[in-house]
Design a protein around this ligand. Sequence first.
Ligand code: GDP
Ligand code: MG
Length: 689
Amino acid sequence: MKVYPPEKIRNVALVGHGGAGKTTLAEALLYRAGTVSRLGRVEDGNTVTDFDPEEHERGHSVSLALAPIEWKDHKINVIDTPGYTDFVADVYAALHVADLAVFVVSAVDGVEVGTERAWRIAEDLGVPRMVFINKLDKEEASFDRTLEALQERFGAGVAPIELPIGERESFRGVADLFTDKAYVYDSGSAQEVDIPAELEEREHEVHDALVEGIVVADDDLLERYLEGDIPDAKELEQTMAKGVAEASVFPVVCGSATGPIAVDRLADFINEIGPSPLRREKLLVTAGGNEVEIDLKTDGDPLIQVFKTIADPYVGQISLFRVLSGSVKTEQTLHNKRSNNDEKLSKIAVMVGKESELVDSLAMGDIGAVAKLNETGTGDTLTVKSQPIVAPPLTVPIPVLGTAIKARTQADTDKLANALRRIQQEDPVLLVERNAETRQTVLKGMGETHLTITLQRLSRKFGVEVDTEPVRVPYRETVSRRAEAEGKYKKQSGGHGQFGVAMLKVEPTLRGEGFEFVDEIKGGSIPRQFIPAVEQGIRETMEDGGIHGFPVVDVRVRCYDGKYHSVDSSEMSFKMAGRLGFKAAMESAGPILLEPISKISVSVPSNYQGDVMGDLSSRRGQVQGTEASSGGRQTITALVPTSEIMTYAVDLRSLTQGWGTFLTEHDHYQELPSHLTDKVVAEAKEDDD
Ligand SMILES: Nc1nc2c(ncn2[C@@H]2O[C@H](COP(=O)(O)OP(=O)(O)O)[C@@H](O)[C@H]2O)c(=O)[nH]1
Ligand SMILES: [Mg+2]
């Protein structure tokens, strides 16, 4: 593939709800551009961008993939993204490097969860947007209904620049509202025709509305327009292109990816009104610990950022990157400021699905790939050593669902840590937590499918088998009243004896106040050097677990008397005395369980508010408040026992058909209602068996 200058490059992310037709559209673009000679089908598992075995198995995309096409002297870097919630991290990554997001919206299903979620992300990142209304050939398709839903949801900036000719089984082409020309398709190739009579009136109406919508955005054009000087198609397109680049206008085109019908028109519009990488003139980077704004240049030293890492079982690690500034050449050595590592770009390439095509260099704004970098992960920046700067990190969503994993065999145990490190490099959302309290390794991701696929990849790519179990709730124990007990450790049957007695008073401290040891020994009943051992013994017992085996918190222990033996007493004997005394005192101090309480904030469209609040109350939750947020959504905050929301990601998705999102954080511990104690203790026993 030849090297394209920035003004001829278009970085386009296909985003939207799962099943809307993104992968099929990428395939159709590759086919129309002649990059592939046969139109693959998702159902047949032979598309260019759904190349992972997991994608074939599930019939949908699970990670982003590149499908660059050369179209009319331009290079369009098409980035196909996954539409399902679990894989939203790749939508963030794609929108981080795209200069235009093309929303693929099914003319049958309209605006769906995935459409809205991607729109919010693109809005937050300030990415220009346009819409491709797809599946117009389908039985229940409706262009008007879909356009209305888009304008209602995303506002007046949503403006059609094409109208369909025919619909459903009679769908055969599109009318261009800039040029008033029509294109009908016969087995994929377009034929220019006059606007069909049945569409003429509507076309004129919408054309006029489009012209008015465009001229009001430009004073010169408006003035001329009011004097009757109607701008021509080129001028209209250029003015609209400005609105697109400012993310204030969102043009709508349409077609059918399976036809394919009018996907060539989409490619034309991407070239004509889509922004080039030159849209980004400056970048706020970190240099020497300070934030500085730099100019992004078409020439000069390369500044590249990795936005996706693929762990390929054969090639090893492949890093996909965007050239943020300057241009990059094969064999160049760059520096990774974060890992303080030099990286040789031995071969740079352009990826088309899983295939790579070597190139000598890539210009500013282009997207490429390089294999076998040593210490560079997703989000990292590479520059020349003399300019150690770091570009802004990628936004990575917070994982919402965890599962505990255990290596199946010793061999798996040996490989697990390295495999987890590599899979996290590939998928930066994944979080691995080692919880010392519950003695579990917890893998966190965006949902059940995400976790299942991650485990499949652990096995397929790294040969590691793991078993899963539910994540344990980190309960704790404390006491509810004062008690005292004697801890006596005595072993005097031949050899070096052991003897130590500690008299302890135990009492509760305020919730969250922690542990306090009070030395009230008088008259040396316990020699000074052994008193810390008593405290040590108590602390160890608290850590190992109280009456029910959970860590003990929020107690004060007063050591007020004891006995010792001049020969047999030792640190060891008093540590044991502390342990025994504390356990005994706890028994009679009304031991209770404490459960963790999480603070949760749930964001849902307002029509789900009642259901979500009711559901939270049924989980022993206390709603703290609700607040209106953008896009007709409500944010509900509540305090809920953590045990009640261990699989909330799954439950909320079914409760709100996927429209709800949430964030949680630990808030405090509180007494577990006594009627639940037996169940919790029994479950803990089972876990230990
Ligand atoms: N009838 C029809 N089906 C389509 C069209 N585009 C995609 N599909 C089908 O919709 C399903 C989902 O397509 P896919 O490209 O995987 O959607 P993605 O999840 O957005 O990538 C597949 O069965 C496609 O064959 C279209 O324009 N018309
Ligand atoms: Mg797909």
